[in-house]
Design a protein around this ligand. Sequence first.
Ligand code: KIV
Ligand code: NA
Length: 268
Amino acid sequence: MKTTNELIQMKQDDKKITMVTAYDYPSAKQSEQAGLDTILVGDSLGMTVLGYESTVQVTMADMVHHTRAVRRGAPDTYVVVDLPFGSYHTSDDKGLENVLSLYQSSGANAVKMEGVGCLGIIRRSVQAGVPVVAHLGLTPQSVGVTGFKMQAGSIEEAEQLMGDARKVEEAGACMVVLEAIPADLAEKVTGSLTIPTIGIGAGAGTDGQVIVYHDVLQYGSDRLPKFVKPYGDFNSIGVSGLEQYVQEVRSGEFPDESTTYKKRVFDK
Ligand code: KIV
Ligand code: NA
């Protein structure tokens, strides 16, 4: 497993950091087998595996439950876990409590939080020994306010984001996710920081990339955002496999000799 410092060093060595979300034992296992540097147990699990409308309904208990499963599936991969909506905005004390509890009970190597409103919690978490990944640009926990669209499209907003990125670095964040911002801005932010940037919908100029497992493998997702390139199609594999199963049970083709225990317990 890579350490936080080794991930930071990858930026210096010009090596891209790979990250994918995973939410359960099998997807974590696949991610580790595929050699991902890092796994994010994103609160996107609310949508991808729980079927919620947004990440807003996701709870601390959900995050712990899924991260433990991921830890078991990927014991040798660096795991980042999202602080869910509402768990770090009421006060620094409450936020820190949730950081410590999530870090301690989930087995993750770092926690992630959205926005620039949590500088105090970043500082105190790092002081307490918890690596923190920041998340700027489109922050899905705020979609009620921002909408699901590209962020920082004007000079003023871009400068604001550059400043925010410096602030999270100063507060002690070890990496920063940049979501849905113009590629030239992401490249500029990347050049201005010593910590790695991990992009999603932020172009090729970041230090690494993160993508949602269920998007990249088309697993339960039906409408892909512009920035997703699908690398697999679990939807069609899954549905056609199940269709064949249904058809073979109905026709009596399954189970057959090869899938049946042959030992006889009755004479006739
Ligand atoms: O929850 C998530 O999947 C994320 C990534 C999109 C960065 O936060
Ligand atoms: Na998230």
